[in-house]
Design a binder for this molecule. Structure first.
Ligand code: URA
Length: 279
């Protein structure tokens, strides 16, 4: 088997494990892939930073230092909190996220991907982060998984053009489409919280284990998280029911699980009905 084929197989297998709820050490997997291929499989960085890695976090595949290595992760989170708090509209928040330099992934991708869809929509969908197509176009969920997401939403009369708002828990594409790491998610979190405070959705759909676990601050895999509504609250006190659901990319690989995703979609529809939301 060619080396890049075995690396791809390893990546697909570990993604599948994760979707099944098995905890996977992505850093270890990425190091193993790099050891096989001798190079990262991700797109070439838009800007290749030369600074050494920040000492606070162990460098792993696809890791680059933030622009200012003198700031700690804590400093960057505080900066994200301040920037997010200063945004008084979704558009202002988008500009704040685009101006932020605290996520190391930003230096490795093309575009900052913030949101698509309808501001003020009753339904907010949060995925794990942009992939290749999203990075090229600067919009979330526009690749194959995004097309399936649109079909899933359409099945319960949701549409990003009218009543759905789409974003992610991370705004920059990780190299090789690896999962975002904990500190990468941590610096994005104040922005995601502020987005929820500003948008005031009636319900949040978290697609996939990365988004669901990160938002719910849980170690439980998506297999066990999905199937019921979970309480969610931002630090500012916005309370929104959150429905964890399989990621559409997982459903493309495991179409036999679409019936379970359908049950989760019906749950969303029923809750919206209960809340008197007409679609
Ligand atoms: N997968 C995600 O989780 N988000 C996107 O925007 C695209 C693919």
């Amino acid at each position: 088997m060619p080396q890049n084929a075995s690396a791809a197989a390893l990546k697909a297998l570990t993604e599948w494990w994760e979707d099944m709820g098995v905890e996977v050490d992505q850093g270890e997997i990425a190091r193993s892939i790099n050891a096989q291929s001798g190079a990262n499989t991700g797109a070439a960085p838009a800007q290749a930073p030369s600074a050494p890695s920040e000492s606070q976090t162990a460098p792993s595949s696809g890791r680059r230092s933030r622009k200012s290595a003198s700031k700690t992760l804590h400093d960057w989170i505080q900066e994200a909190e301040a920037l997010a708090a200063s945004a008084d509209s979704i558009e202002a928040l988008k500009a704040a996220i685009e101006s932020y330099e605290g996520c190391p992934l930003k230096q490795l991708c093309e575009k900052t991907v913030v949101y698509d869809g309808t501001v003020g929509a009753p339904v907010m969908v949060l995925g794990e982060g942009p992939g290749g197509q999203e990075d090229r176009l600067g919009l979330p969920f526009v690749g194959k998984a995004g097309q399936l997401l649109d079909k899933m939403l359409a099945a319960i009369q949701l549409d990003r053009k009218t009543n759905a708002f789409i974003s992610n828990v991370n705004y920059w594409r990780p190299p090789g489409n690896r999962n975002p790491e904990a500190d990468e998610l941590a610096v994005c979190r104040p922005f995601a919280n502020r987005m929820i405070d500003l948008a005031q959705p009636k319900i949040i759909i978290a697609t996939g284990g990365v988004a669901a676990k990160s938002l719910l601050n849980s170690k439980t895999g998506i297999m066990r998280l999905r199937g019921s509504e979970r309480p969610f609250e931002t630090p500012a006190g916005t309370k929104v029911p959150l429905v964890p659901m399989f990621h559409p990319a997982y459903l493309l690989r495991r179409p036999q699980d679409k019936s379970r995703a359908w049950r989760d979609l019906l749950l969303v529809q029923a809750r919206l009905n209960e809340m008197g939301v007409t679609l």
